[in-house]
Design a protein around this ligand. Structure first.
Ligand SMILES: [Zn+2]
Length: 136
């Protein structure tokens, strides 16, 4: 992969990381204000639901930041853009669609086939996504 391309992805990751962390901070501050003075049960219940929703959101963001960190680490050690399964280059179009991808298209399809055998219901959906990602 060309150095300029790697740098482009690095900037993208740093930017995304910052915006996720910033959104997370805003969310927490907003939350700590909105829980003040909630006294009756209905409010308490909706506050609990709200908290659960925010927790889920935060967990998903934590996972995403971990993926970004991992991608940045791979940029540093020079393995970014290389499939972790077969050591071939990951297609640039795939990286542009999913910058944190660590598998090339064929290994990803292989993985999805394996997952599909375990959870048949998900097979069609993931295959559909693969096709649209590939041919869009
Ligand atoms: Zn591969």
């Amino acid at each position: 992969m060309r150095k300029a391309t790697v740098l482009k992805f690095k900037r993208l990751f740093l930017q995304q990381r910052e915006s996720v962390l910033y959104a997370d901070k805003v969310l927490r501050e907003d939350f700590s204000v909105s829980t003040d003075d909630r006294m009756d049960e209905v409010d308490q219940a909706s506050s609990d639901a709200e908290q659960a929703m925010r927790m889920r959101l935060c967990n998903r963001e934590v996972l995403y930041v971990k993926k970004l960190d991992e991608a940045l680490r791979r940029i540093e050690d020079g393995t970014f853009g290389t499939c972790t399964e077969c050591d071939e280059d990951i297609e640039l179009r795939r990286l542009e669609a999913r910058p944190t991808a660590t598998l090339c298209v064929s290994c990803k399809e292989e993985e999805e086939r394996r997952e599909g055998m375990m959870a048949t219901g998900r097979l069609h959906k993931s295959l559909g996504e693969t096709f649209s990602r590939r041919y869009a």
